[in-house]
Design a protein around this ligand. Structure first.
Ligand code: NI
Length: 647
């Protein structure tokens, strides 16, 4: 299928949530560049659609255009500005300096930082002292500097740069860490401020080869597997709107969050019923558990400190994606203000998903079975050594889930021969991977049949062993408790009580008179092991509890706040909840953190097999019964001949 530009206008007026087109992005750059307050050296950190207010979008009808505006973060001589540019008037409508903040590190800064470090005499001397003559083979990655209260240059734009020695292009590059040495770099001046050398650790002897030529003979017995959809896929795409099997949503993309889904709805009995107004990854953090000098400050906030949308991959048919694929291209603005087309960033396709439902009448041997299909929309981002896939899956029974695929290269350290690590796992000779965790916070703006929703926490409890009500000691039942105010809206998971959170519309009931709802079903979850007083926990307070509810405020988008890079903490969810707003029967936002605990294994080296983590959203009384009863029986001859024809 031909790629679709997500900003491609539909017939008639484009929808207010359509991402900015390449032409609009160019206009924004021109408008900013010709404003006296900005010069040729202005860094276009972020240029993205400023989404119109929710109520205006909901009320929008195609005959009435809404203002087209861009939200920009601009950096000028180490000062950061936020601007809103009106595409209708061709002028900056709003401008505010944001003192003391550091926007996310840009890809351009990755490249320039590596060059600056490799040119630094002190760093070169540290490598020479380790017997490394060919310093050109070194690779240098800037890691976010964090904030620890002991910064010598707190007002500078900082990164901590680590070094590895690459064997060849067939090598993952991260297999031979030049351990014990790193550089503190001022990214604004591209100046190495200090090289910290904690002493030599011998280079691990092996590289991490991963290309087909370098790993030895590939297995010969794999036969082709082809996904064929002779009549095309069952979804349709118009502009950025996708329709499939009752589901509809709009596709967006931002440099920070990557994929954003808007106005997710399910068509039921001829009615398009809203489920979520907006859904996106809001923040990530990967805290490492090794107290050693090189690793104790590793805790990447990959959304707020780097931007997973900026780092998205262009995908390849037959490799990343199989079958009939609809790709979406994305346009972004580079730091220098050039509009860059990123082709095939978002992948949309259908997958067979096993059995949808089945029953065999054992008396008559009559069988009815339906195959499940799911619609998958996804993108992949590479953040230095790690690679993350973000998948949203939609099913024919009204459920959906979010799946993160973790792969790529571990962040590793070197060890002297014969040593075993206390805070990590030996994954190759003299090479260890520190224990770490991956937390992914998703911001979900629910709209279950309307904006006024209430969130309930549901546990299952055993009935008291009271002879009058529970004489056989077998009784148990679910208990739901409304989360009424932000004071009580940061919640723990409790898998042993089967805890879920139900988002309910108290004003809309189903055929049984129950309020309609969707429940959030947690997947893998874990507590953070960093101490409550660790600087990290001030900055990543959102990981302290996996589930939070806040009242809707469009200014509150990110679980660790707008500018987490070098931020001391306290922003984001704890600040949002400090308003102590009431949460009942009102417009609420739920925030859920997937916690993946990673004790590395030798099998994770040199490139780790995909590990999956996520959560699900399932309808509970949203429908009057199984909404997938009308899925037709399988059409394939082979399945019918097996005696389970569905007829
Ligand atoms: Ni990991």
């Amino acid at each position: 299928m031909a790629n679709v530009d997500i900003a491609e206008p539909e017939t008639g007026l484009s929808h207010p949530l359509t991402p900015l087109t390449a032409a609009e992005l160019e206009d924004v750059v021109r408008i900013v560049s010709t404003d006296d307050r900005f010069d040729d050296d202005t860094i276009f950190h972020t240029v993205t659609l400023k989404e119109p207010p929710k109520e205006d979008v909901i009320a929008w009808r195609s005959e009435r255009p809404l203002a087209r505006e861009a939200f920009c973060v601009l950096m000028v001589q180490a000062r950061t500005w936020e601007a809103v540019v009106s595409l209708d008037t061709g002028a900056i409508r709003w401008l505010e300096e944001k003192p003391g903040v550091q926007p996310a590190i840009l890809l351009e800064e990755f490249v320039n930082c590596e060059q600056a470090v490799k040119a630094d005499p002190q760093w070169r001397a540290a490598l020479h002292e380790r017997g490394i003559e060919d310093v050109d083979r070194a690779i240098v990655d800037p890691w976010s500097a964090g904030c620890y209260g002991d910064e010598r240059w707190p007002d500078r734009r900082l990164a901590r740069a680590y070094t590895w020695l690459r064997g060849s292009d067939a090598d993952v590059g991260y297999g031979r860490p030049v351990d014990g040495v790193h550089a503190i770099v001022d990214l604004e001046r591209m100046e190495v401020l200090r090289v910290e050398d904690y002493g030599e650790v011998p280079l691990p002897p092996l590289t991490g080869y991963y290309t087909p030529d370098s790993v030895g003979p590939v297995r010969p017995d794999l036969k082709p597997l082809e996904i064929v959809q002779p009549e095309g896929p069952s979804f349709s795409v118009e502009g950025n709107r996708v329709d499939w099997q009752g589901w509809a949503f709009r596709v967006g993309f931002t440099p920070r969050e990557g994929l954003v889904l808007h106005q997710i709805s399910y068509r039921d009995k001829g009615r398009e019923r809203p489920v979520l107004y907006r859904a996106a990854l809001s923040e990530m953090v990967v805290p490492y558990g090794d107290p050693g000098p090189v690793h104790n400050r590793k805790n990447a906030f990959d959304v707020g400190e780097y931007g997973v949308g900026r780092l998205a991959n262009s995908l390849t048919l037959g490799c990343d994606c199989l079958g009939t694929i609809q790709y979406f291209d994305v346009d972004q603005v580079t730091a220098a203000g050039e509009v860059m087309r990123m082709p095939r960033v978002i992948c949309l396709h259908e997958e067979d998903a096993g059995t949808l439902w089945k029953h065999t009448d054992w008396r008559s041997e009559h069988c009815e079975v339906r195959r499940s299909r799911r619609l998958v929309i996804s993108f992949f981002a590479t953040v230095g050594n790690y690679d993350y896939g973000f998948y949203w899956n939609f099913y024919q029974d009204g459920s959906m889930d979010t799946e993160i695929k973790l792969t790529g290269c571990l962040s590793v350290g070197a060890l002297p021969p014969g040593e075993q690590p206390q805070y990590g796992t030996l994954v190759s000779e003299q090479l260890y991977a520190p224990i770490h965790q991956h937390f992914f916070n998703f911001r979900l703006d629910p709209m279950i049949d309307g904006r006024a929703n209430t969130v309930y926490e549901q546990d299952t409890v055993a009935e008291a062993p009271d002879p009058s009500v529970n004489p056989h000691l077998n009784a148990y039942y679910p208990v739901s408790r409304a989360i009424r105010n932000e004071r009580e809206a940061a919640r723990d998971a409790d898998p042993l009580r089967a805890r879920t959170w139900q988002i309910t519309n108290p004003s809309v009931t189903n055929a049984m008179g129950q309020p309609v709802s969707y429940k959030l079903v947690p997947g893998e979850t874990v507590q953070p092991f960093a101490h409550d007083n660790a600087p990290l926990m001030q900055r990543a307070a959102f990981i302290g509890k996996p589930f939070w509810v806040t009242a809707h405020d469009e200014r509150e988008q990110f679980a660790a706040g707008d500018y987490i890079n070098q931020h001391p903490g306290g922003d984001g969810l704890p600040a949002y909840q400090a308003h102590e707003r009431d949460l009942e029967d009102t417009d609420v936002v739920v925030w859920y953190t997937v916690g993946h605990h990673h004790i590395p294994r030798p099998e994770d080296w040199p490139v780790m097999p995909v590990l999956k983590a996520g959560f699900a959203l399932r309808p509970v009384g949203f429908f009057d019964g199984n909404p997938a009863m009308d899925v037709p029986p399988p059409g394939s001859k082979q399945s019918c001949e097996a005696g389970c024809s569905g007829s």
